[in-house]
Write a new protein. Structure first.
Ligand code: AR6
Length: 199
């Protein structure tokens, strides 16, 4: 179960990998400042420069210290929908996974696929780096304007699909946290996690 205080909702995903081994992945909704979480990795909703910005990006850079932007300069940016990894420096989390969500233009310009690929590519990096616990903010739902209800559906659906797929390639992931900043967003995530049908 979750290592975090005050989970608002939890769901366990049971996965059997192609070796026949069973994995349990716990999905948890919390309301918190993501920079405080003592998990293996936290995800940053960055922009494609990876050199910092406002919102959760600004909070992560402030808490990690200036070594983070120095490191990010070596990453050569990140296309929308992709993800790159850095150390967490002064954060309690060991790693930061930087992903770039789509800007909302009404939904017909590939936004759902790009948002899903942020979650999928971030989970893929947990496989490559032996990460067992990760927290996501509500990517694209702040400055980038993605409607929260639709973004939440994609976030949870894509994470469930991605952890199932990752288990087939040796993933060690045990816990995925949806870290909401506002009580309103947390309530939407909570409801969605309780009602979502596994695909
Ligand atoms: N912990 C958890 N969630 C947070 C925190 C925090 N400390 N601070 C804000 N949020 P946003 P985007 C929530 O705007 O929409 C930046 O300038 C926030 O309430 O941070 O993907 C980047 O550099 C919202 O629910 O990211 C990009 O230019 C969620 O994080 C651009 O913003 C995402 O809001 C990215 O926009």
């Amino acid at each position: 179960m979750s290592s975090l205080k005050h989970p608002l909702a939890q769901k366990q995903i049971d996965i059997t990998d192609n070796q026949g081994d069973e994995h349990v992945v716990t999905l948890t909704v919390i309301q918190a400042d993501i920079t405080t979480l003592p998990l293996d990795a936290i995800v940053n909703a960055a922009n494609s420069s990876l050199l910092g910005g406002g919102g959760v990006d600004g909070a992560i850079h402030r808490a990690a210290g200036k070594e983070l932007v120095e490191y990010c300069r070596t990453l050569d940016g990140c296309p929308t929908g992709d993800a790159k990894i850095s150390p967490g420096f002064k954060l309690p989390a060991q790693y930061v996974i930087h992903t770039v969500g789509p800007v909302w233009h009404g939904g017909s310009q590939g936004e759902p696929e790009l948002l899903a690929s942020c979650y999928r590519n971030s989970i893929q990096l947990t496989v490559d780096n032996d990460i067992t616990s990760i927290a996501f903010p509500a990517i694209s739902t702040g400055v980038y304007g993605y409607p929260i209800e639709q973004a939440t559906e994609i976030a949870i659906g894509s994470v469930i699909d991605s952890v199932k797929q990752a288990a087939q390639s040796g993933s060690a992931i045990e816990e995925v946290v949806f870290c909401c900043f506002s009580a309103g967003d947390a309530a939407i995530y909570q409801k969605k996690l309780e009602t979502i049908k596994e695909r």
